[in-house]
Design a protein around this ligand. Structure first.
Ligand SMILES: [Zn+2]
Ligand SMILES: [Zn+2]
Length: 592
């Protein structure tokens, strides 16, 4: 069979060639399930001048990739003990990482120029892992070895992004920096979004039911710093919800009447067992983390053969599981990231004969949009949605969590720093525009709100808790735990117009500050002492050149969390306003 690459597959191959022509840095490409990554592998194998090793972590994947490759009338070796073949003679070799690492002497060939790692989210920075042993070995024979990773899930809870730099596929747009932490794969050179796949009918559309009759409310549960829930808390919340669970499963069964295969994602193992008990006997099975391999294979086989209609699982089947006939996904668990949500829904989007769509019912109030970008941090609250915030310095279009009003106007966003990067002479540098920042007392440089030390002059940043503690201990100091702020027009004793800003604490105490705006110097002082920190959207140019303009735009400003003032002879002088406070003291409950 002669194969024909789809347009995006051609683009993926081109981006790989382009990248490795100028760099030996390991790179990855992101293709959703169903995008036909084996065709991309085949094309790379076909055009490679040197030898190619394609690694996967399980024999099934080795076998599957190899079979696809040979179906295109190409020849390749298989090196996998599990498959009973240890052959590395052909130009292209498909191997399982465990078998290859145990037989490195059979790979003493400096001809390997390309190493492809399938499901590369399994590669860590861990130096002693099997993957690294293979990589070190091949690199010792060929220091210019190119390493390409393939994955459908470049963002994982608890790990974060698998790579540092996301290249833009649009020449006119900037790339995005995902993390400054070291990653084995430095660059993501190609990513195909799920929306493209559905729009172009490479995947089936999803039909969503967001507000089912009964649903769980997980919003009060606490989460760890990675945004994950604890199994214990989930169990205790679900224990009293037997009735709801029963009703939910009744709805699932009803909706499944004309459906072929339903996957149910439960919150915990106990929850999954309970759910299974409510499903029709003989038609449902359960797969959990410790289901023995053989039993698991048998269950999955029966499900794929459609001898079972319902498959209940707890997060073990979110990736790498493929049953194209699945046309109902029921989500009964809180889903901590957009990526995870997309992975879950993605289980039901494969094309299959006579399949029109996949019904997705979210019983957990996750309310994610299937096509949302991954923001890379936990959703701060239920009101937050992904917003696009352009950078005034470099033009990069940032995706942050934010809050919009009914007109769709931005009320607040949680971005701290522009995520665009600039590339000069092969060096990538993050744009230094900050939406939220702490100013260095010594040099005035803008620092991240969590910075310990100024990035310009290295002076330790004074901890806001320290400032509050000192102020609270001083007799002539006052701390306003700011619960509200007003901005009004006012006049001084000479009758000159000015702005009066009043900060209130919860008990009604207040401090005020005043700004005149007649001269450029006064306007500058307003910006430095107030606007720079209080403007909600610093990215939007705002010239504070008249009092009426400030009054009419008072909604563009936000209140600080704390105001520290010192008693002068006749008035309280504001020493400091703390915005974006993160620390031990309680903030005021918002009055708004
Ligand atoms: Zn920027
Ligand atoms: Zn400094």
């Amino acid at each position: 069979m002669v194969y024909q690459l789809r347009p995006y597959q051609k683009d993926a191959v081109k981006s790989v060639i382009r990248h490795f022509r100028s760099s030996d840095d390991p790179a990855l490409i992101v293709l959703p399930t169903g995008a036909g990554k084996s065709l991309v592998i085949s094309e790379l194998g076909r055009i490679a001048r040197g030898r190619v090793l394609v690694l996967a972590h399980v024999k099934e994947l080795v076998e599957q990739n190899h079979a696809k490759y040979e179906s295109y009338d190409l020849k390749a070796s298989i090196f996998s003990a599990g498959l009973g073949r240890k052959d590395a003679d052909e130009q292209v070799v498909f191997g399982s990482v465990q078998s290859v690492v145990r037989n490195l002497e059979q790979f003493n060939d400096n001809g390997f120029t390309l190493l492809v790692i399938d499901e590369c989210h399994r590669v860590s920075l861990e130096k002693n892992s099997s993957y690294h042993k293979v990589i070190d070995h091949l690199r010792s024979l060929n220091p210019k070895l190119k390493i390409l990773g393939l994955t459908a899930t470049p963002y994982r809870l608890g790990i974060g992004w698998l790579y540092q730099y996301q290249h833009s596929q649009n020449k006119d747009k900037k790339g995005t920096i995902r993390t400054t932490d070291k990653r084995f794969f430095k660059d993501c050179i190609f990513e195909l979004p799920l929306s493209y796949m559905i729009k172009n009918q490479f995947l089936t559309p999803a039909t969503m039911i967001d507000a089912p009759v009964v649903f769980y409310d997980f919003s009060q549960l606490s989460r760890d710093p990675f945004g994950r829930y604890s199994e214990q808390e989930l169990n205790s919340l679900l224990q009293g919800k037997g009735r709801a669970t029963q009703q939910i499963i009744r709805q699932v069964i009803k909706e499944a009447t004309d459906r072929k295969g339903a996957m149910i994602f439960a919150s915990t193992v106990d929850h999954a067992r309970e759910i299974q008990g409510y499903l029709p006997e003989g038609q449902a099975a359960l797969v959990i983390g410790n289901t023995p391999g053989k039993e698991r294979d048998a269950i999955i086989h029966a499900f794929k053969e459609q001898k079972l209609k319902y498959l209940v699982n707890v997060s073990v089947l979110t990736t790498g599981f493929d049953a194209p006939h699945v046309d109902l996904i029921a989500i009964l668990r809180p889903t901590e990231s957009v990526s995870l949500y997309q992975q879950i829904v993605g289980r039901g989007l494969r094309l299959a004969p006579n399949k029109q769509d996949c019904l997705v019912i979210d019983f957990a109030g996750n309310r994610y949009n299937l096509f949302s970008p991954e923001i890379g941090s936990p959703k701060p609250d239920s009101k937050s949605v992904p917003v696009t915030v352009p950078c005034p310095a470099c033009g990069h279009e940032n995706s942050f969590w934010g809050v919009v009003d009914n007109d769709g106007d931005l009320v607040e966003h949680y971005g701290r720093r522009c995520q665009g990067y600039l590339e000069q002479e092969g060096e990538k540098e993050q744009c230094d525009f900050r939406y939220r920042f702490k100013e260095c007392d010594q040099c005035g440089a803008e620092n991240d709100i969590a910075a310990r030390k100024c990035h310009e002059c290295q002076k330790p940043m004074v901890d806001p808790d320290q400032k509050l503690k000192e102020a609270l201990n001083l007799k002539n100091c006052m701390v306003i735990r700011c619960s509200g702020m007003t901005i009004e027009a006012d006049e001084n004793r000479q009758g000159k117009a000015r702005i009066k800003v009043t900060y209130f604490d919860e008990d009604g105490a207040d401090v005020k500050e005043y700004f005149q705006l007649e001269t450029p110097a006064q306007q500058g002082a307003f910006y430095h002492n107030f606007g720079k920190h209080a403007l909600i959207n610093r990215a939007e140019p705002f010239r504070a050149d008249s009092i009426s303009k400030i009054i009419n735009n008072h909604k563009k400003f936000r209140k600080p969390d704390f105001v520290i003032a010192q008693k002068e002879k006749h008035y309280w002088r504001i020493l400091e306003k703390l915005f974006d406070y993160q620390g031990a003291y309680r903030k005021a409950d918002s009055a708004e």
